[in-house]
Design a protein around this ligand. Structure first.
Ligand SMILES: NC(=O)c1ccc[n+]([C@@H]2O[C@H](COP(=O)([O-])OP(=O)(O)OC[C@H]3O[C@@H](n4cnc5c(N)ncnc54)[C@H](OP(=O)(O)O)[C@@H]3O)[C@@H](O)[C@H]2O)c1
Length: 368
């Protein structure tokens, strides 16, 4: 019988891409939305929609009832650990079998950014939840670049406080492909595993600008700016201070070289699958693989398979996205405006695979 998968964060960037990735798979999709007026998107993706708020545990049980697998995505918020806790509680009450959780690169109690430290709390909780679990820790989303689309369209340049940081950003569709693979594989296969997901190459933003320019057929310039300048710009767009602080902490960390795992070959996702023994967590507690931390700044939770290079380990149908359309440049000329909420409300069309269509561009403006 098909398994029922509950998708949290169902209206967001990654979860939308995940539901696309699961299209046609032999699973029953269920989506948790906190606002029923936003149910149309998940419903169109074939999900049964339940209304619930991760801030409010009382609202959650109906959505979790009868579910085998939970895709657990918590928003960027100081309440993220509470959200995770509420979801884990609801899952346990409902007899859920497996949690696949979205964390973030380098999540650790001593991570240099609050998001990493908050994710570490939820990772620890998930590891001890008593259900099967898998944790995905992606690096910086390629789609974050779409926050710069308006500036690039208008001025041919974009400004970040990333200096000459080099990072292996990842397309959320690759994160989704990985999550879908985990969810569709046998529940034991990835149990007890933490995978760090990166793009195939480390790029500076000068190099990103170069790729954008090539794709657009006109020069694009990256303008490094100070933390203060970026902070002022984000606050000016109405981005909440907590998010601005978080973004700045990440930028400072990346500039210092944190999170830029060396592109060496390491145990792959496929290898991890082979190494995972099909034992039940009910009888055999999950065993942590021996850490092989190449960069100690990536923190305490980085284990062998988590160092895998996503592209090496998964036969990703989006492989070309990493190179020719690295920043979805086809979309940029059409997009002369950006969402006022920018970081808070990223364009909803990202997971649709229609980024170069006018339809996608209209979606950018849904939240203006
Ligand atoms: N951006 C990056 O570079 C990066 C890198 C690594 C990891 N991450 C992690 O990725 C996650 C964010 O993923 P994303 O970008 O896909 O998120 P997103 O697009 O911002 O969407 C967040 C989703 O969570 C929902 N949500 C917010 N508060 C909720 C609540 N109280 N109850 C139920 N649902 C709620 C939102 O619903 P509404 O539609 O109602 O708002 C939305 O569906 C974070 O955990 C972040 O740390 C991000």
């Amino acid at each position: 019988m098909s398994r029922t998968v509950l998708i949290t964060g169902a209206t967001g960037t990654v979860s939308t891409a995940l539901m696309n990735a699961l299209e046609g798979a032999d699973v029953r999709l269920r989506a948790l939305v906190r606002d029923k007026s936003r149910a149309d998107g998940p419903r169109e993706q074939g999900a049964e929609v339940f209304v619930g708020d991760l801030d409010d545990p009382r609202s959650l049980p109906p959505a979790f009832e009868g579910v085998q697998d939970v895709w657990l995505l918590t928003p960027n918020s100081p309440r993220a650990p509470e959200n995770n806790m509420n979801a884990v509680w609801a899952a346990r009450q409902a007899g859920v079998e497996r949690i696949v959780r979205l964390s973030a690169v380098g999540a650790a109690h001593d991570a240099p950014n609050r998001s990493g430290r908050l994710h570490a709390l939820s990772d620890r909780e998930t590891e001890r939840c008593g259900m099967r679990w898998t944790i995905l820790r992606p690096l910086w989303f390629m789609q974050n670049l779409l926050n710069e689309a308006g500036d690039i369209a208008a001025t041919g340049s974009f400004s970040l406080n990333m200096a000459s940081a080099r990072l292996s950003m990842i397309d959320v569709r690759d994160i989704a492909a990985c999550a879908a693979r985990v969810l569709l594989d046998d529940p034991d296969r990835h149990h007890g595993r933490t995978y760090t997901l990166t793009g195939p190459r480390s790029l500076t933003f000068d190099e990103v600008a170069g790729q954008l320019g090539l794709a657009l057929g006109r020069p694009v310039t990256y303008l490094p700016v100070s933390d203060d300048a970026k902070r002022r710009a984000l606050l000016g767009y109405g981005v909440p201070r907590w998010i601005v602080d978080m973004v700045e902490e990440y930028a400072q960390a990346y500039v210092s070289g944190w999170g830029t795992s060396p592109p060496t070959r390491s145990p792959t996702f496929s290898a991890a699958r082979r190494a995972t023994s099909p034992t039940s967590p009910a009888t055999t507690p999950p065993r942590s693989p021996r850490p092989t931390v190449a960069d100690p700044r990536l923190g305490d939770g980085v284990s062998g398979p988590s160092r895998s290079r996503f592209r090496e380990g998964i036969e990703c149908s989006c492989a070309s996205v990493h190179t020719s359309a690295h920043v979805q440049s086809a979309h940029l000329p059409a997009c002369r405006h950006t969402c006022r909420n920018r970081l808070l409300r990223r364009p909803r069309h990202l997971g649709s695979g229609r980024v170069d269509a006018g339809e996608g561009c209209r979606a950018v403006h849904l939240h203006r």
